[in-house]
Design a protein around this ligand. Sequence first.
Ligand SMILES: Cc1cc2nc3c(=O)[nH]c(=O)nc-3n(C[C@H](O)[C@H](O)[C@H](O)COP(=O)(O)OP(=O)(O)OC[C@H]3O[C@@H](n4cnc5c(N)ncnc54)[C@H](O)[C@@H]3O)c2cc1C
Length: 488
Amino acid sequence: MKYDVVIIGSGLGGLQCGHILSKNGMNVCVLERSAVLGGCIQSFKRKGQLFDTGFHYVGGLDEGQPLNRLFSYMGLMNLPWKKMDPLFDEVRINDKSFFFAQGHDEFIKCLADEFPHQREELKRYTEFLKQVGIHIFDSFKPKEATDFYGSSLFSLSAKNFIEETISDPLLRQVLTGCSLKMELHENLPLYTFAQINNSFIQSAWRLDSGGSSVADTLAESIRNNGGEVRTKAEVTELIEEDGKITKVVVNGEEIIETDWVISNAHPTVTIALVKNSDVIRKVFRRRMDNMKNSFGMFTANIKLKPNTIPHLNRNQYIYKNADQWNYTPGKTDRVLVSYYNNANHDGYAEQLDLLTPMLWEEVEEWANKPIGKRGEDYVAMKNIKTQQCIDLASSVIGDLADSVETYYTSTPISYMTYTNTINGTAYGIRKDYTNTMMTILSARTPVKNLLLTGENLNLHGILGVSMTSCMTCAEIIGMEKMLEELNL
Ligand SMILES: Cc1cc2nc3c(=O)[nH]c(=O)nc-3n(C[C@H](O)[C@H](O)[C@H](O)COP(=O)(O)OP(=O)(O)OC[C@H]3O[C@@H](n4cnc5c(N)ncnc54)[C@H](O)[C@@H]3O)c2cc1C
């Protein structure tokens, strides 16, 4: 069988590329190694209860906002999106709560009420974020690519920006307090910080049907357009002939011919699949092998006893004596509490997730053991971590420990197992403002018909991956066509 495009991986990026290209008349085949579609956005069911993995909320989904434009084009706006409360994020720092409001003016007002002496600084901060958001599609248009609010922000420091714009140390902590959705580190580019935070200030949304419904919708559209989406189909080698990938090896035996390959797998994994190459130099392979990745996440998906914990349509980010810009392995000093859709509408939560960073070094000793056979010490470690997260969350939401009916946990090993990501990284390659040449990747590789897509290239998260999918597809259908289709 020969395809126009083979896509490695059915994460959000792979499926979106499949959707765009099949819609443009190309014969597409998406190959997913796992039994379930979606990569990080897959949901799972236990005892009838739906839990999410890497999908809790998205930003910028209101009419006219960037994710709405992208999701309308991709046929994803008919899913049951639910707007979060006007105060969508609560940041709790050492026993005091601060709130993030949807809408730039409301955002300023809400925090200026707490920090009246910082009103002008908050205005400057928020206006800057807003401009970064307004210019989000500039990167699609070469003429504007040098625009101040565009790609050049990758080479500025997020931390410096906050320190230079905001003088009150507590307000600085508050403004970075919703940032467990990225890894705060000294070299974080300003673009990453500003674009992601701005999208949620624009508007914040949850999805009632779980992240898997995004994956299923995209897969259905690919099939309707005549494409194929296969699970349990691991790409084990890419065969290069005359500087192009001509054949894709699946599960070590099946051979598929193709004109193009798009890889949604981690770039390090992708390049290793091209075992013999005339065009990939050793220095490029070394660069891929030495990429640093963001931290991983520990998650406890908790099923609650009935009528115990009130349902909240906002997230809670809770910190206790934490240095937000540095995570100390083993220390549970920060937790994100994310509530699910309350199907009973009785005012009580049925389930919630607790998330906290976890490094590979914290779990590495169990990495080579198979699922379910990692030993009692691994189970004990996860139970202790869960208890620590519960204790931290209880300081804000009451006695959570007594309200837990059951829970399921995941660590960076789970992510490595289910999504084949290096060291179970949550947000992919760690972007570094001092080294953009090496850490911000383009879709192109040295092999001219092998393209990359997904969270590792530019910006992670649902918005970032969706932007990157369009950029990757533009390499095949042309940017003019892409802009026309997005109505830009
Ligand atoms: C705990 C957590 C919470 C998050 N919460 C949010 C949130 O609330 N909002 C938000 O915007 N973002 C969130 N994110 C980030 C977001 O989920 C990711 O950025 C995004 O889903 C990544 O998509 P992707 O397409 O780049 O890659 P992935 O989802 O990693 O998909 C890659 C796919 O490729 C497959 N694959 C790999 N190798 C092969 C191979 N050889 N053959 C075949 N298939 C292969 C994998 O199995 C996988 O399915 C969260 C992430 C995590 C980890």
